[in-house]
Design a protein around this ligand. Structure first.
Ligand code: 5CA
Length: 445
């Protein structure tokens, strides 16, 4: 992409309504535009990051053997009356009436609808296990939408639902989700810690929330500092291996880590004092096992090997896809702007031409730009007639992890400058070498 042809409506002033860094930076970098309280349009660069996050989520769900579907955002109230949640859900549910006077709602989650799909098509244990998921917009009429996309009213969620014959199988599905989520967040460059949580309106006894530590997080968290040393890394996982998934769950959940909703002071005090941490976190995902709550209410049962009929055991598992964009920025920024981790960056590299219109600079930039495209990478070339300072400020604000700077003096000596956004360190080298280095960095991702 050439910046002269892009739509990047950068703001010079810091928007007064934004209280936290991620919200400010998303507005300043032209990623989103607020349309109503808690409802946003996603502009090209913001939308690109959202798509990258979705892609990682899809890839990791596929790896775990889960199947992508798409359910409607508008659902019939009758379906929700069957589970008993239509009346119980409260003010957060946006209720709508169509022209025939039928009650509808904008889905805040989709346990009912996915169970309806299941009961229509599955009747035998032989069709299990089954996990269906979607990435779809949700609506929750939050009383206090705030912090931009972090607590929106309309927000994008990955919601997945497992159907299993027994509690034991469903707990394996729970573990499988925990493992796949660890991988998912790490690929985005985030550490998200599974913590014991409260199940809220979804119901059930088994639930973990995934929290990214950040001062501006909405949840208070209590944990054993040893947990922050754990990384999933590139270990091979067989998602059908019950013992292996269970052991990962144990590894990541055996230390004390809870949100304020389930915090237990006595248990926390058993952690050695020097390892006790009280902090804040952003909830970027949650997994639940709730047994037969919805399958019984909606009549989703299967025939067992001995011919009897039993309701299936279920759980649901969510990732806050749009919230993650904010969480990623909270965890990765400085006073100049965003610092994207390579896994989710909207463009792999920025190219800054210090003297637009100079034949040698222009042709060097064009060659670098082409070389990246040939390697399947996505460069952003700042080809505008702007001062160097303004170009650098834009690049720092939008936070591409790598920048190549091309100027007349460097080109005369066959050199460009390669700068790392995170460390600020620069190195001079021939253009081909800079391209190779960046290609190498993205090869493993
Ligand atoms: N049905 C289950 C899982 S599929 C469910 O709805 N879970 S949830 O309520 O925990 O939501 C899943 C994730 O969506 C949360 O962990 C959070 O990251 C994100 N989320 C929830 N509410 C909002 C909101 N108002 N704005 C942005 N993201 C949100």
């Amino acid at each position: 992409m050439r910046l002269s042809r892009y739509f990047l409506p950068v703001l010079k002033e810091t928007p007064a309504e934004a209280q936290i860094a991620s919200h400010r930076l998303m507005l300043r970098a032209g990623m989103i535009k607020q349309q109503q309280a808690g409802i946003y349009s996603w502009l090209p660069m913001g939308f690109k990051v959202l798509r990258r996050i979705e892609q990682i989520v899809h890839e990791e769900q596929a790896r775990a053997g889960h199947l992508a579907i798409q359910m409607p955002t508008l659902q019939s109230a009758d379906l929700w009356r069957e589970s008993g949640r239509y009346d119980g859900y409260g003010e957060e549910m946006l209720r709508i009436t169509d022209r025939q006077g039928r009650d509808m709602l904008y889905s805040p989650t989709a346990e009912e609808m996915v169970t309806d799909i299941f009961r229509a098509h599955v009747s035998s244990y032989k069709q299990l296990p089954l996990t269906l998921y979607q990435i779809q917009w949700k609506f929750r009429d939050e009383i206090r939408p705030r912090f931009g996309v972090m607590r929106g009213r309309e927000f994008l969620m990955k919601d997945g639902y497992n159907f299993d014959l027994s509690k034991e199988d469903a707990l394996h599905a729970y573990n499988r989700h925990l493992v796949s989520y660890l991988r998912t967040y790490e690929r985005m460059g985030l550490q998200a810690i599974p913590m014991r949580a409260d199940s809220g309106p979804i119901g059930g006894d088994y639930t973990h929330e995934f929290l990214v530590l950040a001062e501006t997080g909405e949840s208070e968290v209590f944990y054993d500092s040893e947990i922050t040393d754990l990384t999933f890394g590139d270990r091979e996982i067989d998602y059908d291996d019950v013992a292996q998934c269970q052991s990962v769950l144990e590894e990541f959940t055996s230390r004390y880590a809870r949100t304020d909703e389930t915090h237990d002071e006595a248990a926390f005090n058993e952690v050695p004092e020097e390892r006790r941490r009280v902090a804040r976190g952003i909830e970027v995902g949650q997994i639940f096992y709730f047994g037969t709550q919805y399958s019984e209410a909606l009549g989703a049962s299967v025939q067992t090997p001995d011919g009897s009929k039993v309701p299936v055991h279920m759980g649901s598992h969510g990732i806050g896809v749009s919230r993650l964009v904010g969480a990623l920025i909270e965890a990765n920024h400085d006073e100049k702007g965003i610092i994207w981790p390579e896994g989710v960056t909207p463009f792999h590299v920025g190219i800054v031409n210090l003297k637009q219109g100079d034949v040698s600079c222009d042709s060097a930039c064009e060659a670098i730009y082409r070389a990246f495209l040939d390697h399947g990478l996505d460069p952003l070339y700042d080809d505008r007639e702007e001062r160097a300072g303004a170009k650098f400020a834009t690049m720092d604000l939008i936070g591409l992890p790598w920048r190549i700077t091309v100027g007349p003096r460097g080109i005369a000596a066959n050199k460009v400058e390669l700068t790392c956004r995170r460390t600020g360190e620069s190195e001079e080298m021939p253009a081909e070498e800079a391209v190779e280095k960046i290609v190498g960095i993205y090869e493993g991702l």
